[in-house]
Each structure stands twice: as C-alpha cells, then as structure tokens.
Design a protein around this ligand. Structure first.
Ligand code: HAM
Length: 422
C-alpha cells in the first residue's frame, strides 16, 4: 500500500473549508493593501535558491529537493517564495513599472525537514513582497499586513519579534565581533554551531542548545554595530509601527534562517502555539535582486505557513464562516428515467444549481440513503411515471416532505433563497 510521502499530507474534503477560509482572507487583505497575485513554478533552477538563500543555511545544505530533469538541468522544488518572486520581477521587467511593485503568492513549498508538529516536508505559504523601495514605511506595511491577516482570522497575536541585522557595510564588523566572542567558548558549542562559526556565524544566535544559548546571552548585540543609515531606518520602522499602534518586542538575537536578509527581520507567534514555531517570518532583503543580476533594488516581505495557521485556528477552536450551499441529489428508477435524470441534472447545472447524480442500479431507498450521507438538502426523484408525464418528485431531505412538480417548477423551486443546513 502506498502512503503519502513522510511529511506531506492530503487535504481531505472536510479540511477544504479551512483552506478556503484562510486563502480567501489572505487574498482579501492583500487586495486591501493593493497587492497583486503572482504564481511562480513549483520548481526552479536549483542555483536560484543556492545563490540567494545561500550555502551555510539548513535550507540549502540539508533541505532542498534537488533533481536533474531528463535534459540534465539541475532543478529544485520551491524551497521558499522570495527568490522566485525576485526572479520573476527581473525576468518580466517589472523594474519598468512604477515602483514599488507589491506582490503576493500562495502555494506549496518543499523542505526536507524532520517531520514534527508544524514542520512538514511539503507546506503551503502565503507571502507578500514589496520590491523596489527602501522606505521604512514598507517594512511597517508588511508587518501590518501579516498582523491584520492573523487578527482577521481570529488568531490572537502573541508577539511580533523585531530586529535589525544591518547591511553589508555594518554587518561584517558585527560578525567579526560575534566570531571573536564565540571563539572564546568553542569547547561549549554544539557540533552544528562549530560549523556555523565558520560558515554562517549569525545563525549561532538562534541555536536552541542550552550550552550555546548561554554563549549567545553574553554575545555582542547587533544594535551596537548598526551604521547610521541602518540605525535611522530601524528607528523609522519602529516609529511607524508605533504610529499604527502595532505592539512589538525587540529581539536582538532574531536572525532568521535564510541568508538574504538585510536590516529589518521579524517573526510573529500566536498564543499557545510556540511549540510549532513562528506563524510568520519575514524581513528586508535589499541585495537579493542584485545577487540575481539586477540593479540594486531594495525589497521587503514576509511569508506564513498555512498548515500552522490552520492548526492554530483549530486549537483556538475558531469558528470558520461557511456559506450555506444547497446540494441536490438526483435519484432515478429505470433505464429511461436514468436518461431523463441526466438531462434534468444537466439543465439545472446550466442554471447554476449544483446537482450530484446517482449512479449504478441501486434501489431508491439506497439512493436516498446516499443523498442523506452526502448532506443533500433535496432529492429529485424520477421514475417511469415522471418520464411519461414530464415531471419530477422534489423531496425535502430535512422534512421528508415531497411533491410532484413540472421540470420548470423544480428549477424554480431550487433557485430560491438558500435554506440549506450545510
Ligand atoms: P521562513 O521563515 O522560512 O521564511 O518560512 C515562512 C513561514 O513558513 C514560517 O514562519 C512558517 O509559518 C512556515 N514554514 C516554514 N517551514 C515550514 C515547514 N517545514 N512546515 C510548515 N510550515 C513551515 C521564508 O520562507 C521567507 N521566504 C519569508 C520571507 C518573505 N521573507 C521575506 N519575504
């Protein structure tokens, strides 16, 4: 028996209302802020991620799904959404549009992680990117969008963690100071941090091992190393967040797991769900487009994991609004009635009325049982008599009352206001 690959899951019919709700809310919020949807392919040239997310990060070193296609091209399943958006921005000359360009995306993302709560090998991200402007109001704007999205879903926002990790002018001096500090404690570091010390020192700060956390506590703070431009930018971001009454907490050890960030980085968590990790992560990435061969183009954005959001909604026992949708089941008895039922179902669907058709040669009783188990509000029954008289029986599955109507009366009765119970 085959099973869905480890770390992936089927999104079953009963789960779909949650997905629809979250995706519709994401879309609604994006439109409120003037973001336009972009869909990028599910796989890209693997170099796109290797160059931007960068070696020395878990995503590139351990988690990418890389394969060669039959033409020998080295491809990778989408490991995150930001680099593909930047690739598309360049490929389609979006730099010629009025800047900044505001884009959002919703789609699957693949990382070969150890599956556990909130961590899957295929997860789905909703993300927003604003490309082409370094204005700190945009850092505040994307944080505002992420927060509004969570609040509009009914999730309490526990904390917005905020930091600035500087730019290519000031960050190297900080990294040197960090390396000096950690070198004094090299005997206490976990094996991963020994590697980070050489390959990606910033990531030393968010190691979860207790011995490494002790070293992080006394480490130099990036805030003391920011150049005047980065300091001004960061202060402005905070000022705009305050103006929007968005509470945040400074987290001087927040560095994020991807290498392209500059200046602002942030994460958002919700109450009681710390175990599964952040609901939202993002930040500014002013060098990424240049790394991909474009002109220097500042940008900022965030992404959130839809699985984590739905799991939080469920554990908060959130109610999701669902519009009642009337479902009608088409039952028949006999060969001629089968054809008449197919025709009527087709006419009703053309008029926008959803109809589920019976199949096979089951008894009427068994067909009505199926209608019930599908949650149908009405059943239309056609037998030999109805075929001859050009009529149909319309049965209310809730009250079990039924009446014989002409075909046009059936259509009129089903196009009335929704009273359905599903
Ligand atoms: P990230 O923090 O790697 O950032 O992922 C964003 C969000 O995706 C996380 O906060 C989490 O909710 C969800 N997520 C990540 N990995 C998994 C997983 N294995 N299973 C379930 N959910 C997961 C990025 O990907 C950046 N591209 C975000 C960004 C956009 N930065 C700027 N613009």
């Amino acid at each position: 028996m085959y099973k869905a690959p480890r770390g992936t899951s089927d999104i079953l019919p009963q789960e779909q209302p949650w997905w629809k709700y979250v995706q519709e809310e994401a879309t609604r919020i994006c439109l409120l802020y003037g973001y336009q949807r972009l869909n990028t392919p599910i796989f890209e040239d693997s170099g796109l991620f290797a160059r931007t997310v960068a070696g020395g990060t878990d995503i590139v070193d351990k988690e990418m799904y890389v394969f060669h296609d039959r033409g020998g091209q080295k491809l990778a399943l989408r490991a995150e959404g930001t680099a593909p958006v930047c690739r598309a921005y360049l490929e389609h000359g979006m730099f010629n549009l009025p800047q900044p360009v505001r884009l959002y995306y919703i789609g699957p993302t693949f990382r070969y992680e150890r599956p556990q709560a909130g961590r899957y090998r295929q997860h789905h991200q909703f993300g927003c990117e604003v490309v082409g402007d370094s204005d700190p109001t945009l850092d505040a704007e994307v944080i505002d969008i992420a927060r509004s999205f969570l609040l509009s879903l009914g999730l309490p926002v526990l904390s917005i963690l905020l930091n600035s990790i500087g730019c290519r002018l000031c960050q190297p001096t900080y990294v040197e100071a960090l390396k000096r500090h950690y070198s004094n404690y090299s005997d206490r570091l976990c094996p991963d941090c020994e590697v980070r010390l050489v390959r990606n020192p910033l990531r030393l700060l968010d190691c979860k091992e207790s011995s490494c956390q002790e070293v992080a506590e006394t480490s130099p703070r990036i805030s003391d190393y920011l150049c005047p431009d980065c300091q001004n930018h960061f202060q402005a971001v905070q000022q705009y967040l305050e103006a929007l009454a968005i509470p945040f907490e400074m987290d001087y050890r927040l560095v994020r797991g991807l290498d392209y960030y500059t200046r602002t980085v942030f994460e958002i968590q919700t109450q009681g769900e710390e175990r599964q990790g952040a609901l939202v992560g993002g930040g500014r990435y002013d060098n990424l487009i240049e790394q991909l061969g474009g002109k220097p183009t500042p940008a900022v954005g965030f992404a959130s994991g839809i699985e984590r959001i739905i799991s939080s909604l469920k554990s908060q026992q959130a109610d999701i609004p669902h519009k009642p949708r009337r479902t009608t089941f088409m039952a028949f008895m006999g060969t001629e009635a089968r054809i008449a039922a197919m025709k009527l179902a087709s006419q009703l669907r053309s008029a926008g009325i959803p109809v589920i058709a019976a199949s096979g040669d089951r008894s009427l009783k068994s067909q009505l049982r199926q209608a019930n188990s599908l949650g149908a509000d009405y059943a239309i029954i056609i037998g030999e008599r109805e075929v001859t008289t050009g009529s149909a029986v319309l049965r209310d599955m809730v009250s079990n009352k039924q009446e014989t109507l002409t075909l046009s009366e059936v259509a009129a009765a089903l196009s009335g206001p929704t009273t359905a119970n599903n």
